[in-house]
Design a protein around this ligand. Structure first.
Ligand code: PLP
Length: 357
């Protein structure tokens, strides 16, 4: 299988090797050391501010999103949330479920967030801003500098779902003044799914400590408390956390976060160059390095996904809902090379010869 989806993605051979090992017992100094190193490297790679902390939650990325909503926002807040696709919609539904007052900034699929979208919300008493910096469902990366400036001006608490963007695009948490960055194990971290990572600024930690939470499993107070000694309140995805440790060390050894982002960016650029001339239209106003969303002008996007999977053993990422037939996505995260891009492009050329696209 050659996997160009947006997660789970292909892991490095070192990460795969850990996957076949027995999963160790974890209430040990050895596992605590692994977790403390995971926290240290996550703080470094997200460029977190002084005094920040990290929680490793067992659960997919959505668990991290919901933990942030439940532990840091209350009915006293007035939240602005960007909704430009299914992940923005997910934040909106969480705010509804947890009865947190909010206003949606709705965007057409594929469209960027612009300054004029924010103008009417200046000085309106908002307290917090939620955004998926890369709305993976449509492949739109929002202008996080513009959002951060807006939040600074208006004194808003800024929580960023960077689940598919972390490592793929530059992200400077301290520089932006962001309070929260969320990511997950199965996107550019290229590990199995099952762990969500939440980086918290001191202001975010203050919010956690002062917010009563009606949920044991997603209570970040106990995650933070246990994390002080490199532990978690309950049995975590021990194997995946060991793989995350391997991957973070691998990134560090290869030049750190900047080198990894440059590598992913080069894979994305290489792909975008190689598809020039194919009957596809890039349907995002502003892309992340993580993914290229494509609108085939002559065929069903879902048919292309199925034929590539069944006949070529190549997985691109289908879209659901109303974009099912009009858009498919090609991911650039995980262990992929320019040669892999060529393999995919050759398959596209063959589909063209066969009259399928
Ligand atoms: C993948 C992803 C998530 C998390 O989805 P899960 O299936 O819960 O891991 C959340 N937000 C964005 C932007 C994502 O790309």
């Amino acid at each position: 299988m050659l996997n160009f989806t947006v997660g789970p993605v292909q892991s490095s051979s070192a990460v795969l090797k850990i996957g076949v090992e027995q999963v160790p017992y974890f209430r040990t100094p050895e596992f605590s050391a692994v977790m403390l190193e995971n926290e240290k490297l996550m703080l470094e790679f997200s460029k977190a501010p002084e005094g920040a902390r990290v929680a490793f939650m067992t659960g997919s990325g959505t668990a991290g999103m919901e933990a942030v909503v439940m532990n840091m926002l209350t009915s006293q807040d007035k939240v602005l949330v960007v909704n430009g696709g299914s992940f923005g919609q997910r934040f909106v539904e969480m705010l509804q479920l947890h009865q947190i007052p909010h206003t949606e900034i709705r965007l057409e699929y594929g469209k960027a967030l612009r300054a004029e979208h924010l103008v009417s919300y200046e000085n309106c008493g908002y307290t917090a801003f939620l955004v998926n910096v890369h709305e993976t469902s449509t492949g739109v990366r929002y202008d996080i500098d513009m959002i951060a400036d807006f939040c600074k001006r208006n004194h808003l608490f800024l929580a960023v779902d960077a689940i598919s963007s972390f490592l793929a695009d530059e992200f400077d948490m301290a520089g932006l003044g962001a309070d929260v960055m969320i990511t997950g194990s199965q996107k550019a971290l290229a590990c199995p799914p099952g762990v969500s990572i939440i980086v918290m600024s001191p202001a975010a930690i203050d919010r956690v400590n002062s917010t009563p939470v009606k949920c044991m499993y997603l209570d970040l107070k106990s995650a933070l408390k246990n994390g002080e000694r490199g532990q978690t309140p309950y049995t975590p995805a021990v194997g995946t956390l060991r793989q995350i440790n391997c991957r973070l060390r691998e990134i560090k050894a290869r030049g750190g976060v900047a080198a990894e982002t440059a590598r992913i960016s080069a894979i994305a650029d290489d792909f975008r160059r190689k598809i020039v001339g194919l009957p596809f239209e890039i349907c995002s106003e502003s892309m992340s390095n993580a993914v290229t969303p494509l609108h085939p002008s002559t065929a069903s996007a879902n048919d292309i996904f199925v034929i590539l999977k069944d006949e070529y053993g190549i997985w691109v990422c289908p879209n659901g809902g109303e974009l099912k037939d009009s858009v498919f996505r090609v991911g650039h995260i995980g262990a992929l090379t320019p040669e892999d891009n060529t393999t995919l492009v050759n398959a596209f050329l063959e589909l063209q010869k066969r009259g399928i696209i």
